[in-house]
Ligand binder design. Structure first.
Ligand code: ADP
Ligand code: ZN
Length: 762
């Protein structure tokens, strides 16, 4: 018997090994140790069969060294899902299998569990505590040793040495008590609880106002729309067959409540739930509600956890101790065996696409997983991806809509400010329009909160020379540097490769002394809001502000608790939050994304504006949005202001049809990197030629390019690009052709990235 094994080595595809005579073949999903060159590595069995395959001589196949599991370590359907992902996205099996393994079992270290010292009081220790409390023992009572014994007397299962330490009891004191026979020390396996620790908003302590509790939620009466949506989804889930439903619900229509009840229903039927969210820290209310609803039987999987925490969570899921997994995109590979429901919340969100190999889209993998498991997949959004909505209209997916906000709260009233007029009246440097300034002042007066969005980080977006018109550019990338930091320590930094430099006094090109900082980002807006509203408490939320672990959730908690009046930030703020006291959303430069030469630019802008406007007026007071733009007549902006998704959908679809873009065709984006642009173009030409020659009929796909990529230079390398547009029916064939063609040019393949269904073609 021969087995195909995926080893967690990125460049490697499936490897074939022989099962030694007389050994029972391993199960699909079991771990095996295999020889690889001079090394021995652990891999996962993906497939087993009687023959070695046509192109391999059985004599050259090495035997397995060891079989580590007699039952699958990774459930076999998850192995199958990983294999589908590897094939569909043209990624190696080696790169993909990593996605389904728990951290730290990569390589040979199979089991890494955290153990900790746990201290327990002995009867002798408790007795000494009692005598210390007796009259005349005054002096002993306040001692550290006594504090330790007191703490331990209230903890029959003992306390971790680390917990004692946080009460000032050092390891030395514990050792002394142990010598006296007052305490015993044992090593115990401890599961790290990701809900504890720094992610403050994930805690469920009652003093944290992270939104309604589960009990409050289930105690509520659903609105008529929620009831209808729930009963339809319930019906689909109970059928036990594969379905996809798009839950199109406007912002504030109460989708979370529907998910929770649906999940509870699925759990009752003995099946598990996968709940995917764009980012855990950005949806604390969702995490909290599910945590309360499912108690211990929830596992959480996201990139903010340490490897150890992820490992423990993975094991709990694998052991079947969990009914619901809530996590970011990688949770779609969670090792569950009885999945009955997969919810993809905010399914349009770009963070579901992994921008490194394997370049999978978690929503699309979720649909494949649902299909294999006979599960219901719910795609929830106020602004569904065009692809999803097209499938819903064509009847391929179910469509469930909730068009009204809870308690019939109105959607925010939107005002568009034409910045051309504003510049004419107020001068070219104005950042906050008069309309927005007044609206902000009103919020401070009324003690309500506001959000100000600018989807661009930094202080100034370029350093410009007035003498030679040059800009300060990154030496490694074809972009200009962005100015960051406080006045005294301001530096120019590259957003792609992180190169940074002090801002020179003179232009490096012409030595002219007239360097000017132009354009502005969130830091500048933050300063401006502080200057205009000295009484307001202002904070900023963007990737620079939340680099430290835990700082994002603490910022959000402070905002929710009313310790911040105005939050300035990037699109991070637009995602799924529910801040009932926000009554104003201001958008600075709504057209930031429209200038990009990307076919999704309009869709992204529409989604962002609709989502961020949707943060206003979710409580008792109605909301308002002020949108500043240079292109007030652009349809993405117009229709986002009216929050008219169907109109946007039809308008955008016309453009996509005319230009042959998704959802009408499938795209594969091929990027080739090289030391010079001519080499990058030449290598790409070789790929393009072969692709064109392979498509004899000339009608299943079209090859565009090669051309220099929009970002022509990145991290010191030049980039060229080929775009393959395939008809729906030819998509698999085209992808396979691309993968085959690229791998036939091994020298080029190492410098080539294949992106199937790219979100962006920049
Ligand atoms: P969405 O995700 O659709 O934007 P949410 O699920 O965040 O909306 O719900 C919006 C707000 O309405 C939340 O504060 C939520 O607690 C509240 N809510 C949801 N359903 C109900 C209901 N049936 N009755 C009262 N309040 C509700
Ligand atoms: Zn750079």
């Amino acid at each position: 018997v021969f087995v195909s094994v995926a080893v967690p080595v990125p460049q490697l595809d499936l490897l074939t090994y022989a099962v030694p005579e007389g050994v029972r073949p391993p199960a699909i999903g079991a771990r095996v140790v295999v020889p690889l060159g001079t090394r021995a590595v652990t891999g996962i069995v993906v497939d087993s069969r009687e023959t070695a395959g046509p192109d391999v001589s059985p004599d050259l196949i090495k035997p397995l060294k060891q079989i580590l599991d007699d039952r699958p370590f990774v459930p076999s359907d998850v192995v199958e899902l990983a294999q589908w992902t590897a094939e569909y996205y043209g990624a190696g099996a080696g790169a993909t299998i990593v996605a389904v393994l728990p951290p730290k079992t990569r390589g040979n270290r199979a089991d890494a569990h955290k153990t900790e010292r746990v201290v327990t009081a002995t009867p002798a220790g408790l007795a000494s505590l009692a005598s210390a409390a007796a009259p005349g023992a005054e002096r002993k009572r306040g001692s550290t040793a006594n504090v330790a014994l007191q703490l331990l007397s209230r903890a029959p299962d003992g306390l971790r040495a680390a917990d004692l330490k946080s009460h000032g009891v050092s390891a030395g004191v514990v050792a002394r008590l142990s010598k006296l026979g007052y305490v015993s020390i044992a090593r115990a396996r401890v599961e790290r609880d990701p809900f504890a620790g720094s992610a403050a908003t994930l805690r469920t302590s009652p003093d944290l106002k992270a939104g309604p509790t589960y009990r409050e939620v289930v105690g509520r009466r659903l609105t008529e729309e929620q009831t209808c949506a729930l009963s339809r989804l319930r019906e689909l889930a109970r059928s036990g067959r594969f379905h996809v439903a798009v839950l199109h619900g406007v912002t504030g229509s109460g989708k979370t409540e529907v998910y929770v009840r649906l999940a509870a229903d699925v759990r009752q039927s003995g099946r598990q739930v996968l709940m995917l969210v764009p980012e855990i820290a950005l949806t604390p209310a969702v995490a909290t509600i599910f945590r309360e609803a499912f108690g211990d039987r929830v596992a959480i999987q996201h990139s903010g956890l340490s490897d150890g925490e992820r490992h423990d969570q993975w094991q709990r899921i694998r052991n079947g101790d969990v009914d619901l997994v809530i996590g970011t995109r990688s949770a779609v590979f969670a090792p569950c065996e009885r999945v009955g429901l997969i919810v993809v919340d905010e399914e349009h969100d770009a963070s579901y696409k992994q921008e490194e190999t394997p370049r999978y889209h978690a929503r699309d993998v979720a649909i494949v997983r649902g299909q294999k498991a006979g599960a219901l997949v719910v795609l929830g959004s106020a602004t569904p991806a065009l692809e999803s909505y097209a499938n819903a209209l064509s009847g391929k997916y179910d469509r469930v809509t909730m068009m009204r906000r809870i308690l019939d709260r109105p959607l925010p009233a939107v005002t568009v400010v034409d910045m051309r007029g504003e510049f004419a009246a107020e001068g070219p440097d104005v950042i906050l329009s008069r309309r927005l300034r007044e609206a902000l002042e009103l919020r401070i007066e009324r003690r309500e909160q506001a959000i100000v969005l600018l989807n661009r980080r930094g202080f100034a977006t370029a350093v410009f020379c007035r003498q030679c018109a040059g800009t300060l550019d990154c030496p490694n990338c074809s972009v200009s540097l962005v100015v960051h930091g406080q006045e005294a320590s301001r530096r120019a930094r590259c957003h792609y490769c992180n190169f940074s430099m002090r801002i020179p006094a003179a232009c490096p090109t012409c030595a002219g002394p007239y360097l000017e900082q132009t354009g502005y980002g969130t830091q500048r807006v933050e300063d401006e809001v502080r200057r205009l509203l000295p009484a307001a408490r202002v904070a900023r939320l963007d990737r620079d502000a939340v680099r430290r672990k835990g700082s994002l959730s603490s910022l959000l908690t402070r905002f929710r608790d009313g310790e911040i009046d105005v939050l300035v930030g990037t699109q991070m703020m637009a995602k799924g939050h529910d801040f009932p006291r926000v009554t104003l959303v201001g958008v600075i430069s709504a057209d930031v994304g429209l200038g990009m030469a990307d076919f999704r630019a309009s869709e992204r802008t529409f989604q962002l504006l609709t989502q961020v406007a949707g943060r206003a007026g979710r409580g008792d007071e109605p909301g308002e949005a002020v949108i500043q733009t240079l292109y007030p007549e652009h349809y993405s902006i117009q229709l986002a202001c009216r929050q008219d998704y169907p109109a946007f959908y039809h308008r955008e679809l016309t453009f996509r049809r005319a230009m042959r873009y998704p959802p009408f065709v499938s795209l594969v984006n091929i990027t080739v990197r090289a030391k010079t642009m001519s080499a990058a173009l030449r290598d790409a030409e070789a790929i393009a030629d072969r692709l064109r020659a392979a498509d004899e009929s000339q009608d299943s796909y079209r090859v565009l390019g090669p051309a220099p990529a929009a970002l022509a230079r990145l991290r010191g390398e030049y980039r060229s690009q080929i775009l393959v547009k395939a008809t729906k029916s030819a998509r698999r064939m085209a992808c396979a052709q691309v993968v085959e063609t690229v791998s036939a040019l091994p020298g080029v393949a190492r410098r080539t990235t294949v992106d199937v269904d790219p979100l962006s073609v920049l």
